[in-house]
Design a protein. Structure first.
Length: 114
């Protein structure tokens, strides 16, 4: 009997590289995390400052980040809930909420609060 691992589980065994830039565009950190993991959770576990007024449920907009990548599949797809949260909190719609992002390949992120 041939058992195949579901695609998501394959992704979870891989590491992805994350580069953090401050608002001036200078690199402040670089780390590896498990592909498919939640970006906000990992950043908090790493001890880095990130907005968390709603405890990571996607309603405050405090963890908004700019994702810089050439790969459109590097992070989970932005849904209407996330877009509405960004709009309600006067954030750029092209930004992402780290608490709602799962990372699948290497990327760079930038935030105004770093």
């Amino acid at each position: 009997m041939n058992q195949q691992t579901p695609p998501l589980q394959n992704d979870l065994s891989n590491s992805v590289r994350i580069i953090l830039l401050n608002k001036s565009g200078h690199k402040i950190d670089e780390f590896f995390m498990r592909a498919g993991a939640n970006l906000w959770v990992f950043i908090r576990k790493r001890g880095l400052p990130i907005g968390a007024a709603c405890s990571g449920v996607g309603v405050c907009g405090a963890c908004n980040i700019k994702v810089i990548t050439n790969n459109p599949n590097a992070v989970s797809e932005q849904n209407d809930f996330e877009k509405n949260t960004l709009l309600k909190n006067n954030k750029l719609i092209e930004n992402r909420l780290a608490c709602l992002c799962r990372v699948f390949s290497d990327l760079t992120i930038q935030a105004d609060y770093w």
